[in-house]
Design a protein around this ligand. Structure first.
Ligand code: GDP
Ligand code: MG
Length: 439
């Protein structure tokens, strides 16, 4: 999606003023881009119609920066189509809040159950109980139990010989007795939707009276995901959607159509196999991600989860005041090292995901260690004020850290550039990469 849209937009950018014909051509590109990204045809038609109407309005034709105006409109309409607002888990007024998973086999239900338990524990110190309602494969029960052990969350199971409905009934009773605040029900899936599956889920719904029925869909299944969502919604009535396997990639296609077709809000997205690879869904950020603006906010939030909130606020403030210094840099690097594969994180930085060769990017921990050594060879004053770093100081730092002066210079240059980029972003202007793209 990204590439196509960006090509079309940078073409438009080179023009001063746009005509109606330009907009028509632009709409064709947007339509193709969306179809290529597996967005449902109806949704594409509706979406392009809305964008076209607004684009033909005075706001674009008379604008001095038509390309930017169109980007803005596409961004706003995408956000709208994706649901405008973040919708969290709807809680029951009385514990426990019951959340039931639904979806095809392999969509990521069991994994998501674990991720959600982890999220609830982290964000509200929840005490969930998980119920193993997939009795068709012994491995499914073990999988949930392993997650339970990792998280220190109890898992209720009765093996594979009892019906899922009975298991859920007894699991619910246990949760009430133990006063668990959440019950997460893992269910079985099939390769395709069939009546037996739907009947079973309906019965579980009857017994559990869930506050949430979350449909878990695999983003990689594209158009299929939309059909699946539609039939689950018709037959079971879903309250929310989880889109999994959106790892680093920008396949917004499924998200876009599922939301339009079912009307059910997307609540979380799965971005990897680990328990922490879960992101709260933000329509505006997803839109930016589709448009290739990167997803700086998600990146910052990810950092936030792993260390305390104050620090993230301080960072935001420093970015704004341009007082981000080498000490912060070191701290950031240490945080980043604890945050999982660097490649994934780097790709979330605005402008990065459209850089040529980004696919082959490997962030080298040795490189980070080298940068750290450089900073550690600076005096306190130098760390706080990069402008002090004159040539003789740089030579001293190079010697002290076991690097060449060239390497030290290169690093300081990089540091200054990222300082600049941060300041730009925190002012709400387009990040550097975008500026170049859209003028
Ligand atoms: P279920 O059959 O619906 O319960 O699906 P599982 O939870 O067992 O997941 C099926 C496979 O997808 C497993 O190998 C998971 O590790 C993987 N998976 C689940 N969620 C994600 C995700 O967000 N990203 C990636 N890359 N893999 C995922
Ligand atoms: Mg499962």
């Amino acid at each position: 999606l990204t590439e196509r849209l960006q090509a079309a937009m940078s073409k438009l950018r080179r023009k001063g003023k746009v005509t109606e014909a330009d907009i028509t051509e632009m709409m064709r590109e947007i339509r193709l881009a969306l179809l290529e990204a597996d967005v449902n045809l109806q949704v594409v038609k509706q979406f392009t119609k809305q964008v076209r109407e607004r684009a033909l309005g005075a706001e674009v034709l008379e604008s001095l920066s038509p390309a930017q105006q169109i980007v803005k409109i596409v961004d706003e309409e995408l956000t709208k189509t994706l649901g405008s607002e973040t919708v969290g888990i709807v809680k029951s007024p009385k514990i426990p809040t019951v959340i039931m998973m639904a979806g095809l086999q392999g969509a990521g239900k069991t994994t998501f159950a674990g991720k959600l338990a982890n999220h609830l524990i982290k964000t509200e110190k929840a005490r969930p109980l998980m119920i193993a309602g997939d009795v068709y494969r012994p491995a499914a029960i073990d999988q949930l139990k392993v997650l339970g052990q990792q998280l220190d969350v109890p898992v209720f199971d009765m093996g594979t010989d009892v019906s899922p409905v009975e298991i859920v009934r007894q699991g619910m009773a246990l949760a009430r007795e133990k006063k668990n605040d959440y019950v997460l029900i893992d269910t079985a899936g099939r390769l395709h939707i069939d009546e037996a599956l739907m009947d079973e889920l309906k019965q579980i719904k009857e017994v559990a009276q869930p506050n949430e029925i979350l449909l878990v869909v695999d983003a990689m299944t594209g158009q299929d995901a939309v059909n699946v969502a539609q039939s689950f919604n018709e037959q079971l009535g879903i309250t929310g959607v989880i889109i999994t396997k959106l790892d680093g990639d920008t396949r917004g296609g499924a998200a876009l159509s599922i939301r339009s077709v079912t009307g059910a809000p997307i609540k979380f997205i799965g971005s990897g196999e680990k328990l922490t690879d879960l992101e709260v869904f933000h329509p505006d950020r997803m839109s930016s991600r589709i448009l290739g603006m990167g997803d700086m906010l998600t990146l910052i939030e990810k950092a936030q989860q792993d260390y305390d909130e104050k620090k993230a606020e301080e960072l935001a403030r420093k970015m704004k005041e341009n007082s981000f210094d080498f000490n912060d840099f070191i701290e950031q690097m240490d945080q980043v090292m604890n945050m999982g594969p660097l490649e994934d994180l780097v790709k979330m930085i605005p402008g990065m995901n459209q850089m040529p060769g980004i696919e082959n990017l490997k962030v080298d921990p040795k490189d980070i260690a080298r940068k750290k050594a450089i900073v550690q060879s600076m005096t306190k004053a130098e760390r706080e004020d990069p402008t002090l770093l004159n040539p003789s100081r740089r030579r001293r730092i190079a010697a002290g850290s076991g690097n060449s002066v060239v390497e030290v210079n290169r690093f300081i240059k990089q540091f200054k550039e990222s300082q600049k980029m941060m300041q730009q972003m925190s002012k709400g202007s387009m990040p550097a990469g975008m500026d170049q793209m859209f003028g």
